[in-house]
Design a protein around this ligand. Structure first.
Ligand code: SF4
Length: 231
């Protein structure tokens, strides 16, 4: 499998925030978000082929009861269904962090942490024309795939928010998805790679969550460790 890194840390986002977890970050992504914080797994994917057995051996070194499949976009990684099944066989709780553009196709995970991308993720068209095209609405949204994740799994929908306009776009997307998503499963996460930027967006997000019933999503690993690889 193409693997960027395997590490043991605390889950920094979402329903399992703070839970010690082993993270398996695959390399390669079908999107190009302007603010991606794992460029080494998306815009400039590192090529490191590691056999499934070696990935599992690395996982076994850590005393984790939870595993997180992340990326890049893990659903693009060859061998991911076999890895998920092997982790489940070991008794681990498995979360997948996905951008929701690829249907699950029966993959064995316990929690789908789905993060559809909004227009704030589109790179500057003049500077990065190819990457901006890769981030067009028809490529970052796959309604059928989103419905499959929502219908088939315990899930949370995580949106990176920069302004109130992002929430209007999010609501338009959810209208198209046409599923009854309880507001507490919708997580609003501030856009930013450092604690100060995240904090500056807090007041707006708190207000939006209180008005609509959405869940505020901190990026605790940034608070604890900064934007540091392997955390
Ligand atoms: S989907 Fe995730 S990994 Fe891919 S470019 Fe966007 S933020 Fe980065």
């Amino acid at each position: 499998m193409q693997i960027a890194e395997i590490f043991y840390s605390l889950q920094g986002e979402g329903a399992l925030t703070g839970v010690p977890s082993v993270f398996i970050r695959t390399s390669g992504c079908n999107l190009r978000c302007a603010w991606c914080d794992t460029m080494y797994a998306s815009w400039k994917p590192e090529e490191r082929e590691i056999p499934l057995e070696a990935v599992l051996a690395e996982v076994d070194r850590h005393p984790a009861a939870h595993a997180v499949l992340t990326g890049g976009e893990p659903m693009t990684a060859e061998g991911l269904p076999a890895l998920a099944a092997a982790l489940k066989m070991r008794g681990l709780h498995v979360t997948i962090e996905t951008n929701g553009t690829i249907a699950p196709d029966g993959i064995a995970v316990d929690l789908a942490s789905v993060s559809p991308k909004l227009a704030n993720s589109v790179a500057d068209t003049a500077a990065f024309p190819r990457e901006a095209r890769m981030q067009s609405e028809d490529r970052r949204w796959n309604l059928a795939a989103l419905r499959a994740w929502i219908d088939g799994y315990d899930y949370q929908l995580k949106f990176v928010v920069r302004s109130e306009a992002d929430v209007a776009e999010m609501r338009a997307l959810l209208g198209k998805v046409a599923r009854d998503v309880p507001p507490h499963r919708i997580l609003l996460m501030p856009e930013g790679k450092d604690a100060e930027t995240l904090r500056q967006r807090d007041a707006m997000l708190v207000d939006l969550c209180k008005r609509h019933g959405y869940r505020y999503c901190r990026r605790v690993h940034i608070d604890l460790f900064g934007n540091v690889r392997g955390t």
